[in-house]
Design a protein around this ligand. Structure first.
Ligand code: GLC
Length: 753
């Protein structure tokens, strides 16, 4: 029985006032008055369905495509906010104008540039990967961004690819293991990671019209694992489609990759975002799994035309097809659910915190990643570490010692609050009695501008190459040591988006400078700054070589940390350094990127699964300059004999392989213990060995730690294209313990029943 109690207006008013009186200022609607989609206490799926049920057709269309260069629409009527995306994987891109790539000219958007992802990869440190994601996620949150357009996880198939510096190397297991914690760190901030570029975007030439031909096994064993881990372990909330085609269909609306693999097989519940300008067909965009269309070529708002964003495939054209009855709304509702889910995880998640920006914690994280990512490739005679406290006179040579590297390279270009150059870092670290002098050595790219961000540097140089070499040589003659800092520089064709390098060699005549310096001063260190392997024809004349990456804001500090020995290098190469380009299968077996053409260019990945060390391991007469997983230390490590806890395992069981590692040197150091699995006998050809585990450990002199790896059947499996699935065949396997793919420290075998 419901009793209706007649209450006078006054009484209601008093009650209302009383209620409001109890509410503290600014308290929002009482929970019971809040609609479900606005109630953060309600399960996301309930909120999704409630919001979906309230939206009109036009409002649904509005949220599945861009409204500006980097944002997509919200639903003002329902208080559902817009979605703001930002590049890139290394830092938060500065604000651009509404429909432009060029700068908006804000003065509060200078960020921290974290190291390029190849540097993170080279740390082989999953804790740092999480710290990286957490830190960049905090910068994104503070800047009001809901989606970070990164990380990039495309496999390093050729050392010429202009965007390898944004990715995580040649091995799918390493890429997967390092991407997952980065994604988790980003998303803990309530910011979506948008993992890119799905899939097979492994070079930049003809990137919009390359149709990749690759066999099913290679697709699953090499090119998909990092994305699969990002979805199934990282629970990425967004995936970005690649520009290229696969099976003659653009990846941004590729039914096999997006509907069958990503959404069906992997149960991806997030949003598929197009790459900017990667959407080419309305019907495919509707049916093939694209959820958010960005960057489609429009005439912008400049020409005063009806809002150009209405001409997007998933805008008016889609709306017209629905209104005419040509298509239903089933696909639309799926897209809208995914975008709403993204919103409730990010912009409409009131618990996501407020982030932080340009904090010392972020600079410290960037420096730590740089410190642990630098790889000591060679150190003959212990030339390194240098005694920067009493070194007398140090000559630093090379444009990369002074040139800002955070501007340029494509969409990952940044406007930084600060960037420590290698020369500044060395000068800052050198003792007061140490003289640090500088010579240009060569001229690379004196420009310093990208999308309207300028470095402010004047690198103009009128002297000839001969004069510059002569000056450096003269100064090298009476220096106690010489540090050459060169490499690539993110200029066009020198590790830059939308372009690939033309050769493996160093540009700008750097080899001549290095040879000339080596001829007059044996105490020569070469610091190569790049995101790719480079040829080193002078390697036998140079006692010490460091592989430094595009390290970002803390570059100079990290390079000086390692040169001085303040930090003991512990980086390991995430990709093979081939001695020659033709040692690389993508180049030996056929044209890695096809021929330039106006329409689709087919390129076949003829090497199949034999990418990187998987290839060199099978070649009798090819030896890499430096192998995958290689990296030296200022101390030394001894490995005991690996032991296995059982000589056999069942298909659903595991075996544990353990090994003792001792620091046999005189200073603390970190070592990356690598586990490779070798299948003695298989029904399909397999690589000699494959990386299936790694552990970074820190040891003080004399200390021994036991490292254990638990191996399950999935580490033994290969993809069987006949069965369209993974298979671990019974038989004998070797667990190989190594300090690099070419430095085997022990092996133990076991049988899979
Ligand atoms: C670019 C890149 C992509 C980037 C996007 C937005 O062309 O391919 O990685 O996130 O467009 O700048």
């Amino acid at each position: 029985m419901i009793h209706f109690i007649k209450v006078s207006g006054w009484a209601l008013l008093c009650a209302g006032m009383c209620f409001m009186g109890q509410a503290s200022a600014g308290q929002t609607l009482a929970a019971q008055e809040r609609p479900v989609y606005l109630d953060p206490e309600k399960p996301v799926e309930e909120r999704v369905e409630d919001a979906l049920g309230r939206m009109t057709l036009e409002e649904k269309i509005k949220i599945i495509h861009a409204q500006s260069k980097f944002s997509s629409g919200g639903v003002p009527r329902l208080g559902i906010p817009e979605v703001w995306t930002t590049d890139g994987p290394h830092g938060i891109r500065p604000e651009v104008l509404w429909d432009e790539w060029d700068q908006a000219g804000w003065t509060n958007d200078s960020c921290v540039a974290f190291p390029a992802l190849t540097c993170l990869a080279a740390t082989w440190n999953t804790e740092l990967a999480h710290l990286y994601g957490k830190s960049i996620g905090e910068e994104a949150t503070y800047r009001g961004k809901d989606m970070l357009l990164g990380p990039g996880v495309n496999i390093y198939r050729t050392p010429l690819n202009g965007r390898n510096f944004e990715y995580i190397g040649e091995d799918p297991y390493l890429a997967a293991e390092m991407a997952v914690p980065y994604i988790q760190g980003v998303q803990e901030n309530g910011v979506a990671a948008c993992v890119k570029h799905f899939a097979l975007n492994n070079h930049e030439v003809n990137r919009h019209n390359t149709n990749v031909i690759v066999d099913e096994r290679t697709l699953h064993e090499i090119y998909l694992p990092a994305f699969k881990a990002a979805v199934q372990k990282g629970h990425a909330w967004a995936i970005m489609g690649a520009y290229n085609l696969y099976r003659n269909q653009h990846c941004c609306h590729n039914s096999f990759l997006l509907n069958d693999i990503l959404k069906e097989d992997w149960n991806f519940d997030g949003a598929v975002v197009s790459d900017w300008g990667g959407t080419h067909d309305t019907d495919e965009a509707i049916r093939n799994g694209l959820d958010m269309e960005f960057g489609t070529g429009t005439d912008g708002l400049r020409s005063g035309a009806r809002n150009a964003y209405d001409s997007y495939h998933l805008a008016f054209p889609y709306l017209e097809k629905i209104r005419s009855g040509e298509v239903g709304t089933e696909e639309l509702d799926d897209k809208v659910r995914r975008v709403l889910r993204l919103m409730f995880r990010t912009s409409m998640n009131p618990y996501r915190g407020f982030g932080s920006f340009c904090s010392e914690a972020h600079y410290s994280a960037a420096r730590q990643i740089g410190d642990e990512g630098i790889v000591l490739l060679k150190n003959e005679g212990g030339l390194l570490p240098l005694d920067l406290d009493n070194a007398g006179k140090i000559l630093v040579v090379g444009e990369n010692a002074i040139k800002m590297m955070t501007v340029g390279g494509g969409s990952s270009s940044l406007k930084v609050q600060r960037e420590i150059s290698p020369l500044d870092g060395i000068r800052e670290r050198a003792g007061k009695d140490v003289e640090v002098v500088y010579a240009r050595g060569y001229v690379g790219d004196p420009s310093g501008e990208y999308n309207g961000v300028t470095t402010g540097q004047n690198l103009q140089e009128d002297r000839s190459a001969e004069e510059l070499i002569a000056e450096a040589v003269e100064m090298a003659k009476d220096a106690d040591c010489v540090i050459f800092i060169g490499g690539l520089n993110k200029s066009w064709k020198q590790d830059c988006e939308n372009s690939d390098r033309a050769s493996l060699g160093l540009p700008y005549g750097q080899d001549d400078v290095i040879e000339a310096l080596a001829a007059v001063n044996p105490r020569l260190v070469v610091v190569n700054i790049s995101g790719n392997a480079v040829a080193m024809p002078w390697i036998d004349k140079v006692p010490a070589v460091l592989q430094a990456w595009f390290i970002g804001s803390e570059a100079g500090h990290s390079i000086a940390d390692v040169l001085s020995g303040d930090v003991n290098p512990s980086g390991k190469l995430p990709f093979t350094f081939p001695a020659r380009l033709e040692d690389c299968p993508a180049h030996l077996l056929g044209d890695y990127c096809g021929k330039s053409a106006k329409d689709t260019v087919d390129i076949e990945y003829k090497e199949g699964i034999y990418v990187g060390y998987r290839w060199t391991d099978r070649q009798k007469n090819i030896k890499p300059l430096f192998p995958f997983g290689h990296g030296l230390s200022y101390t030394s490590f001894a490995y005991g004999n690996p032991v296995v806890d059982s000589s056999s395992m069942t298909a659903d069981g595991t075996v544990t392989v353990s090994v003792d590692v001792t620091n046999t040197g005189s200073r603390e150091g970190k070592e990356v213990v690598q586990l490779y699995i070798s299948d003695r006998k298989s029904s399909l050809p397999r690589p000699v060995k494959e990386l299936k585990g790694f552990r970074k450990i820190s040891l003080v002199p004399g200390e021994t730690k036991t490292v254990s790896f638990t191996i399950s059947a999935d580490a033994l499996s290969f993809y069987d294209p006949q069965k369209h699935g993974w298979e671990a065949e019974p038989g004998k396997f070797d667990a190989i313990i190594a300090s690099s793919s070419a430095d085997i420290r022990g092996k133990v075998s076991f049988v899979l029943q």
